[in-house]
Write a protein that binds this ligand. Structure first.
Ligand code: SF4
Ligand code: SF4
Length: 422
C-alpha cells in the first residue's frame, strides 16, 4: 500500500499551480521523513477512520485523494485506494481524467489598473455571468475537480457568492485578492467559506514600482483581518525586478503579521504585463540565484515557501533528486494536465495566463480541446534541450506563456530557463 505523492496544503493561487518547496529541497532524508508521516497518517485512517474520509478520484494507478485535515492532495496506489474505499472514502468524478483544480476569473472588473495585470482588468471591464459560471461549477464538481481558485479582477460579493456555491457542491474554494472589501465582518465569514485566501502583495519597497499604485496598506490590513478571523492566509508575490532586493526583510514582516505561506510567482508576459516585460521582469540570472535565499528565509521565519509552476526551471540546477520533488507535488507546467482555467467570459484555457480560450462544456474541453492537447503533447514529447533534461519530468518544459511571448511559439523551450540559455 503506497502513497505515490503528497502535495500539502490547498491550491490557493488563481494564477498558477502552487508548489511547496522548502524542506524537500534540503535532503532526501527529510523528505522521506515527511512521506513517512503521511504514511502513518494514512495508516491510522485505515485502522480507525480518522480524520474524516477523503474524497478520491480514480486514475490509472489508483486514485488522487483530497485529504481533509491537514489539507493535502495524495496520489494513492491501487491497494491504498481500496483501503480508503473500505473506510468510506467518497468517489468523485466519472472515472475519466479531470483537472485537480480549476482557476476561475469571477470578474475582469477591478477598481484599479495595475501595470502588470495579467488579466488586463480595470474599472471598465465586465463581470463573469454568474448563472453561467455557477452552472459550470456543477459540471466541474461532476467531473471530480477538487478545488477552484477564484480570482480576477476584484468583486468581493461575487467571489463570496461563487465560493458558497462551490462549497455546496463539495468543491474547496480558494481566493486571491489584493485586499479589496476585506472588512472584519467579511473576514469572519470568509473563515468558513474559503480553504485559503492569498493576498497579493508585490513587495513593500517595490510595490509601487511593480503595480503603479500604492496598495500596501490595503493588503496588509486585509492580512491582519484575515489572520485575526482565523482564515488560512498566504501571500502571493510576483517577482518583478523591483522586489528582489527586499525579500529577506519582507519575509520578516509577513511572519510578524501571522502569514503562514509565501508564494513566489514568476512575472509572466500576459495581459498588461506584456507591455515593458523585459524591463519589469526579474533578470533570469537573478532568478537562478534565488534558491539559497528561499531556504534561508524559510529557516529564519518558519514561513512555508511555495513557488509557482513557472519558477520550476530555475530550481533545476539545485536539484539532487528530482523524483523527490515530484513526490511532493513540486511540478512545473501543469496547464491542461491537472489544471484548467475559466476566463471571465466563460471560455476555457490550459492555464489562466493563456488568454482567450475555447467556449464549451468543461468535460468536452478537457477531453478534446486542441490547445490542451498541444500542451499535453509538448510535455510528453518535448524538444531539446528539454528532451534530455534530467528534470523534465518535474519541470515539464518551462512556461508556455514566456515561451510564446519571447519566441512566438508557446511550445518552444522556455527561453529564460538556465539550461535553454546555455
Ligand atoms: S531544459 Fe526544459 S525541462 Fe529542463 S529545466 Fe529547462 S525548461 Fe525545464
Ligand atoms: S504556461 Fe504552464 S508554467 Fe506557465 S503559468 Fe501556465 S501552467 Fe504555469
Amino acid at each position: 500500500m503506497v502513497i505515490r505523492s503528497v502535495r500539502p496544503g490547498h491550491a490557493p493561487n488563481c494564477s498558477s499551480a502552487g508548489s511547496v518547496v522548502g524542506l524537500a529541497l534540503v535532503s532526501v532524508v527529510v523528505a522521506s521523513a515527511l512521506l513517512n508521516t503521511w504514511a502513518e497518517r494514512f495508516g491510522r485512517f485505515t485502522r480507525d477512520g480518522s480524520p474524516a474520509p477523503p474524497k478520491l478520484r480514480r486514475d490509472r494507478e489508483g486514485s488522487v485523494a483530497r485529504w481533509p485535515d491537514p489539507p493535502a492532495l495524495l496520489g494513492l496506489d491501487a491497494a491504498a485506494t481500496a483501503a480508503a474505499l473500505a473506510m468510506g472514502a467518497e468517489v468523485v468524478g466519472t472515472g475519466v481524467s479531470a483537472p485537480n483544480e480549476v482557476h476561475v476569473a469571477v470578474t475582469a472588473q477591478c477598481p484599479v489598473r495595475c501595470d502588470g495585470c495579467y488579466l488586463d482588468a480595470g474599472p471598465d471591464r465586465a463581470h463573469a455571468d454568474l448563472e453561467a459560471l455557477e452552472a459550470d461549477l456543477v459540471r466541474l464538481a461532476a467531473m471530480g475537480v477538487f478545488e477552484v481558485a477564484l480570482g480576477g479582477g476584484e468583486a468581493p460579493e461575487r467571489a463570496d457568492r461563487v465560493a458558497a456555491v462551490a462549497r455546496s457542491l463539495g468543491l474547496t474554494p480558494n481566493l486571491t485578492t489584493s485586499g479589496f472589501g476585506v472588512t472584519a465582518a467579511r473576514a469572519a465569514r470568509m473563515a468558513a467559506l474559503y480553504g485559503q485566501v492569498n493576498v497579493s502583495l508585490d513587495g513593500l519597497d517595490g510595490y509601487v514600482a511593480t503595480r503603479g499604485w500604492d496598495g500596501r496598506k490595503l493588503a496588509v490590513t486585509a492580512i491582519d483581518r484575515l489572520v485575526a478571523a482565523g482564515v488560512r492566509v498566504g501571500v502571493n508575490t510576483v517577482l518583478g525586478r523591483a522586489v528582489l532586493p527586499e525579500l529577506e526583510g519582507f519575509a520578516g514582516v509577513l511572519a510578524e503579521h501571522g502569514v503562514r505561506e509565501w508564494q513566489w510567482l514568476r512575472y509572466k508576459p500576459a495581459g498588461r504585463a506584456t507591455e515593458d516585460y523585459l524591463r519589469r521582469r526579474a533578470e533570469p540570472a537573478d532568478l537562478d540565484r534565488l534558491w539559497p535565499r528561499l531556504l534561508a528565509i524559510e529557516a529564519a521565519t518558519g514561513l512555508t515557501m511555495r513557488i509557482d509552476c513557472a519558477m520550476v526551471p530555475f530550481l533545476a540546477p539545485h536539484l539532487s533528486d528530482p523524483s523527490v520533488l515530484a513526490r511532493f507535488g513540486v511540478v512545473g507546467c501543469t496547464g491542461g494536465e491537472t489544471l484548467l482555467a475559466r476566463t471571465a467570459t466563460g471560455a476555457w484555457a490550459p492555464c489562466s495566463f493563456a488568454g482567450a480560450g475555447a467556449p464549451g462544456e468543461p468535460a468536452a474541453i478537457w477531453a478534446d480541446d486542441p490547445m490542451l492537447e498541444a500542451w499535453r503533447g509538448r510535455a510528453a514529447r518535448p524538444p531539446e534541450p528539454c528532451a534530455s533534461c534530467p528534470v523534465q519530468s518535474v519541470c515539464r518544459g518551462g512556461c508556455r506563456i514566456v515561451a510564446g511571448h519571447l519566441t512566438g511559439d508557446p511550445l518552444a523551450p522556455d527561453p529564460e530557463c538556465p539550461r535553454v540559455r546555455g
